[in-house]
Design a binder for this molecule. Structure first.
Ligand code: BES
Ligand code: ZN
Ligand code: ZN
Length: 462
């Protein structure tokens, strides 16, 4: 919880300081990034000093990371009421103070619902800010960080608890709570819509697929921005089974969908005035006698046929139908998809950059500029038509496995997107960071994409 109060009575005070601004504290050692200072008597409230470097070099992201790292110290103290002291923050640089709040809010995240005997106390962040405009900025960002934390919950939720049906239910609850409409289509309805490729991927399980559509449309008479998230709640690879080393991590193959939910929650919570429609085709890719088989030829909703060379390349089949659905049945003027699509992204960029593809220069430039503004790292990839031959099948229109995998997976999606302005973010290696890039994402999903896409959508109204 974020509270504004004049009289702060906290268990701990966190004080950030810039090395080029007056601050002469004998306790602080230049070698350490942060220092906990306990008073002489036990009544005195401990203070945690956070070194932020030179003010002129500090960015929202560097401040966010410094606070996130320092927050690990607070965990040891088990303090639940924390004052975020703002005295060293220059009034003209509110965004740095926002970064501080974000660092704490993201670093304080914990997934402990299945731990018995846990304490049920929420962290309370207290600030003595009077300026209403600054308060509003802090609250907006706090709401967005809370939405990132909700996306993290979805990703960490185990596959025996979160499967297509329960995922759809959770989204429905979010819609009710924050104020957007949610439509859920069951397997029969998905089949009637002609989403055969999607149903084929999800047919080898007793947890059937669901199509979830979220509509946040506060502005009447305007078209919407379309979002699509890959929502495989468990990707074993199907008959092309993954190796046992990667099997424990396969529940996270719905991180794209979770980011989409995070964006929707953030927009609705902050009453953003832009229309957005999001689509999640959620299913499991697991093995039973009814699972789709290597060598199968499946029909897509768009009418194109696909040879299934590899059942582990399931994401593009579900996404192809989600793209066709949003184009045919919803009023969107552009589409952004987020998907944990190809492991090869890690070989190229590690967890640092998210590869991004697009068919529209203006949208790409807009996206890249916003990403710099909010501090997420993307790298533009080529959608060169010479790769097209790699995705053509001998016996069907397309095939679902080809190399180089990150680019040809995007080429595959492009066949379904056609002319509508579109961006594709392959977040396979950045949804969870190995090794850690940002302190605020240590050991937990990053929520990649939420920050940039939220801001891009918000900027449309300025
Ligand atoms: N969900 C995986 C991609 C993935 C791998 C995400 C590792 C996160 C971590 C996807 O469905 C997949 O298996 N892709 C294959 C495609 C290949 C068979 C063409 C891959 O990248 O190996
Ligand atoms: Zn797969
Ligand atoms: Zn997958």
């Amino acid at each position: 919880m974020l509270v504004f109060k004049n009289e702060v009575n906290a268990e701990l005070v966190i004080i950030g300081y810039f090395s080029d601004v007056q601050m002469d504290n004998p306790y602080i050692n230049e070698k350490n990034d942060s220092a906990m200072v306990y008073g002489k008597n036990t009544q005195e409230i401990p203070r945690l000093y956070v070194k932020l470097g030179k003010e002129c070099d500090a960015t929202d992201r560097s401040v966010r990371n410094a606070y996130a790292k320092a927050f690990q110290e607070c965990r040891k103290l088990q303090a639940y009421t924390i004052e975020l002291n703002h005295k060293n923050f220059n009034k003209s640089k509110v965004s740095l103070l926002v970064g501080a709040l974000e660092g704490i809010t993201l670093a304080a995240y914990e997934f402990d619902k299945y731990k018995s005997g846990k304490k049920d106390c929420d962290l309370q962040i207290v600030m003595s800010i009077k300026d209403v405009q600054v308060q509003q900025k802090l609250v907006e960002s706090y709401q967005l960080m809370t939405s990132i934390n909700e996306a993290r919950d979805l990703i960490i939720e185990p596959p025996n608890k979160l499967y297509p049906e329960t995922f759809a239910e959770k989204i429905n609850e979010f819609g009710k709570r924050y104020g957007y409409e949610v439509s859920v289509f069951d397997e029969k309805e998905i089949k009637e819509l002609g989403m055969t490729a999607f149903t084929e991927v999800g047919q080898g399980t007793n947890h059937p697929p669901f199509l979830v559509v979220m509509r946040y449309t506060p502005v009447k008479g305007e078209k919407s921005i379309g979002l699509i998230g890959k929502g495989i709640t468990c990707d074993t690879g199907g008959y092309c089974l993954k190796g046992s080393a990667s099997l424990p991590y396969i529940k996270g193959d719905m991180a794209g969908a979770a980011s989409v939910v995070g964006i929707m929650n953030g927009l609705a919570r902050n009453h953003c005035q832009t229309n957005v429609i999001a689509v999640i085709a959620t299913c499991e890719n697991v093995v039973d006698g009814n699972s789709y088989k290597p060598g199968a030829v499946v029909e897509t909703m768009a009418g194109k046929t696909v040879e299934v060379v590899n059942t582990d390349a399931e994401g593009r089949l579900t996404l192809a139908d989600a793209i066709t659905y949003i184009k045919k049945h919803e009023e969107v003027e552009q589409v952004i998809d987020l998907a944990t699509l190809t492991g090869a992204t890690a070989l190229c960029f590690g967890s640092l950059y998210t590869p991004v593809f697009g068919n529209n220069e203006k949208l790409m430039n807009e996206f890249m500029n916003v990403s710099l503004e909010v501090g997420e790292d993307y790298w533009e990839m080529p959608l060169d038509r010479r790769y097209k031959q790699e995705i053509v099948s001998r016996i069907a229109d397309l095939k679902n496995e080809s190399k180089p995998s990150t680019i040809t997976a995007a080429m595959f999606l492009k066949e379904f997107v056609e002319d509508i302005p579109w961006l594709h973010l392959d977040i396979a290696a950045t949804a969870v960071q190995y090794p850690v890039i940002d302190e605020y994402s240590r050991d937990v999903p990053s929520g990649v994409g939420i920050r940039t896409i939220y801001q891009l959508i918000k900027n449309r109204r300025n």
